[in-house]
Design a protein. Structure first.
Length: 547
């Protein structure tokens, strides 16, 4: 039977491994295959090699490129050092080959330097025989120790390499279907090699662990139900980043038979043709083969047919309409038991209408964490430089905990002198940063006209918090607004409503509304739809310039 030997978590090796980016080599190969040719070259190794190549993984197989000799060549050493993973296929006669043992010694040495990830496969051998050099491995070393050309220091080095490699969790193939294990290995490598985040990247993500822990509780990976989990919150708050991290951590879990992350669904689904292309992407990445979808109606049927018996992990990022969800994840019955689908959206009502019962709202960072995130962008460290502390706090207060704004402003100010910081602070009072405003405006653009008018009135004329009661609604209705539009703005994360009924708007969203009004006529306030600055009101009344 082909089974994976117990381990702390072989699926998390790539994300838990610390790497020194400054000293790591530039990868030339993604996988180095080490094997004894007479045992597996024309069978298991050939099939594994073909499947890895089919998935677009760059593989080095030494019998293709290098002639064997008495000693391991520098070219082979270089190939090992320039590989990201080494798959070592331990077969019955592996230890008979001095060449294989020399390869293994170099692989283990590079693994100890944390520049290579070793994935052992125990092909019809017991892992304990590899670790302890018993069974056929003992017979091989008896022969090596009698060979006058082999030094004892070499055999000691080889035994140490076998002991260490044999202790790494891997796959134990005894009998059963080898193709199943090959698919599992190549699928895992494909997902990990396409992983967006390295450990170094994780260290730059402030306060992410608490979000991840709460999401993992909602996902409840041990349950066999098909579960949809929503992530919602205002633009720029970090929904996509959270979903990508969860995907990186979970998609390589061997319990899943396939995974896919569909990015920017909103942006890439303007037409039915675009929806079918997203369906094609979803199916092709999960099935690991090219799948053709000619229209989105056909795509729905194909997803149902292909995935209803598969345990899959899917992320649909940045969804803003029911038609998108209907085309990509219309029903839990489309997916096999234990499947998980994460949906990120700015619209909590969309998640409710799709009956997403498990949802998580991502909120802005509190001040301490916000300062840390800003500092990582502005100074490449977790705290500001002494002379910049006060100015840093000014920008942190401006961003009001929004990660997008903190990163944009920190990156803009990186390496600049203090005079430039002061200038940018003054500039923001007059002209908001377009990189921040453009992201926030996506939510505004998706509103109906009556909702846009209400948002602009709230941004320009109702500063601060307001208790939502009958008097408040009566006041809104006197302006021609509708009560339901308040609920819509809350659902789309453009305003917030506390449990006790206080209504508030994030400072940057308020600034967005005011900037939209300012753009109506930048030079002449009297030609704008709303006046919200005293100096503009005075100017208009004095010059009688109302249009």
């Amino acid at each position: 039977m082909a089974t994976q030997t117990p381990s702390s978590s072989t699926s998390e090796v790539s994300t838990n491994r610390e790497r020194d980016d400054s000293s790591s080599p530039r990868w030339k190969y993604e996988v180095f295959l080490s094997f004894y040719g007479k045992d597996t070259r024309k069978g298991f190794t050939d099939h594994l090699h073909a499947d890895l190549k089919r998935k677009g993984i760059l593989v080095f197989r030494d019998d293709e490129a290098l002639k064997r000799g008495e000693y391991i060549s520098q070219a082979l050493l270089k190939a090992i050092q320039e590989s990201q993973y080494a798959i070592v296929i331990f077969s019955a006669n592996y230890a008979l080959s001095k060449w294989c043992l020399m390869e293994l010694a170099e692989i283990v040495e590079w693994e100890e330097k944390k520049r290579l990830i070793v994935l052992p496969i125990f092909y019809h051998v017991d892992p304990s025989d590899v670790r302890n050099q018993s069974g056929s491995f003992a017979e091989a070393f008896t022969a090596h120790e009698k060979d006058p050309k082999i030094d004892k220091k070499d055999t000691d080095m080889w035994k140490n390499a076998l002991r260490k490699a044999g202790s790494i969790a891997g796959w134990h193939i005894h009998d059963g279907y080898e193709s199943t294990i090959i698919q599992e290995i190549s699928g895992r490598l494909s997902r990990e090699l396409n992983s967006k985040f390295s450990r170094h990247d994780y260290d730059k993500l402030v306060a992410i662990d608490s979000h991840v822990d709460k999401m993992m509780e909602l996902l409840d990976m041990e349950s066999d139900d098909v579960r949809f989990v929503g992530i919602h919150g205002m633009g720029g708050v970090g929904k996509t980043t959270l979903a990508e991290i969860i995907y990186d951590r979970v998609s390589s879990d061997c319990r899943f038979e396939g995974s896919s992350i569909i990015s920017c669904v909103r942006k890439n689904s303007a037409t039915a043709c675009d929806l079918s292309s997203l369906q094609k992407e979803l199916l092709s990445t999960i099935m690991q083969e090219e799948i053709h979808v000619y229209n989105h109606h056909q795509g729905i049927g194909m997803i149902m047919k292909r995935l209803q018996n598969k345990r899959v992990f899917i992320v649909l990022d940045n969804v803003d309409s029911d038609k998108q969800l209907t085309a990509l994840a219309g029903d839990r019955k489309w997916f096999g038991p234990g499947s998980r689908v994460i949906i990120t959206s700015r619209d909590s009502h969309l998640l409710r209408t799709h009956e997403v019962k498990h949802t998580y709202k991502v909120k802005p960072l509190e001040t301490t964490k916000a300062l840390q995130l800003f500092s990582l962008s502005a100074f490449k460290k977790t705290h500001p430089i002494e002379d910049y502390k006060d100015l840093s706090m000014d920008f942190v207060n401006y961003a009001q905990g929004l990660p997008l704004a903190l990163k944009v402003l920190g990156s803009l100010l990186f390496g600049r002198k203090i005079e430039a910081w002061k200038s940018e602070k003054d500039k923001l009072k007059a002209i908001p940063d377009p990189n921040i405003m453009d992201v926030l405006q996506i939510s505004f653009d998706g509103l109906q006209e009556s909702q846009k008018e209400l948002f602009l009135d709230l941004a320009c004329l109702f500063r601060g918090q307001h208790m939502v009661d009958d008097k408040f609604y009566e006041m809104l209705e006197s302006f021609g607004h509708y009560r339901i539009d308040i609920d819509v703005l809350v659902e789309k994360s453009l305003i917030s409503k506390s449990q006790i009924g206080w209504l508030s708007m994030h400072d940057l969203l308020e600034e967005l509304g005011r900037e939209i009004v300012r753009r109506e006529c930048p030079q002449e306030p009297g030609k704008r739809s709303r006046l919200f600055r005293l100096e503009h009101l005075y100017q208009v009344l004095k010059n009688d310039t109302v249009s």
